[in-house]
Design a protein around this ligand. Structure first.
Ligand code: SF4
Length: 243
């Protein structure tokens, strides 16, 4: 039977993007294929998964990792699922575990929970495997960093995700360059101008600085010249002290 390593399971509010404020059950999986300079997420797998049985208590029970898919399903069912808008499958990059998710997600959906996938949008082949089980995709467009760019993978990912409810998140900071935003805009325009886009000012970590107020407004205006919906939403859970 397939097993899967898990970092943590908890119930909280969605702090980013257009679903901000919805109550979600979060399943955080380890590992990532990228190394974004603003990454604030612990991605390493450990020999124990953490589960917050009482939401907001910060009292985590530890359970040996990896877990079987049926044990994981039982852990998810230990929460009051009726409270939750969806299961947020997050990471790290959760698509690294697509084979396991392909078996887990249909069983979660049978429990009445929608599947909300948070992904860096660079593993289109893996997405194809679980797409039938995914209700909403929160896809990042990663602007180039350290001489890496992800345009081709993003393009293919968008193509693969056609027909699924999807929105785009682009993290911007004070050093973001207009040429990168232009490339993102042109890719999205070519795919579908109606895809909702969220510009997310970086949360200040490790010396990174959020955009100046003027920059933020200019970039939103710039994106809106070619796209229908471009909103600016920061990471709200950070301000609220939520996980
Ligand atoms: S894709 Fe997400 S988890 Fe991976 S390094 Fe970037 S911010 Fe961190």
């Amino acid at each position: 039977m397939l097993r899967i390593p898990v970092i943590e399971i908890f119930s909280s509010i969605q702090g980013e993007g257009p679903y901000v404020g919805y109550r979600q059950l979060f399943l955080r999986l380890p590992g990532c294929n990228l190394a974004c300079p603003y990454c604030d997420t612990p991605v390493a797998a450990s020999s124990k998964l953490k589960i917050e049985r009482i939401s907001g208590s910060r009292d985590f029970e530890e359970i040996p990792n990896p877990v079987s898919l049926s044990d994981l399903l039982k852990l998810l069912q230990s929460f009051n699922l009726n409270l939750h808008h969806s299961l947020s499958v997050t990471g790290g990059e959760p698509l690294l575990w697509a084979e396991q998710l392909d078996q887990l997600l249909p069983r979660v959906r049978k429990l009445g929970l929608k599947i909300y996938l948070e992904t860096n949008g660079t593993l289109p082949g893996k997405l194809a495997l679980i797409l039938p089980w995914v209700d909403i995709i929160s896809m990042d467009i990663k602007l180039p960093y350290a001489e890496n760019n992800f345009w081709q993978a993003h393009q293919e990912f968008l193509r693969q995700a056609r027909g699924t409810k999807l929105f785009i998140k682009i993290v911007v900071d004070r050093e973001t360059d207009l040429a990168s935003l232009e490339q993102a805009r042109s890719m999205l325009k070519g795919e579908n101008k109606a895809i909702p886009v969220i510009l997310q000012p970086v949360t200040p970590v490790r010396g990174l600085r959020p955009p100046e107020p003027k920059q933020m407004l200019q970039w939103q205006e710039f994106m809106l010249k070619e796209l229908f919906s471009v909103r600016v939403i920061p990471q709200t859970h950070v301000y609220l002290g939520q996980l």
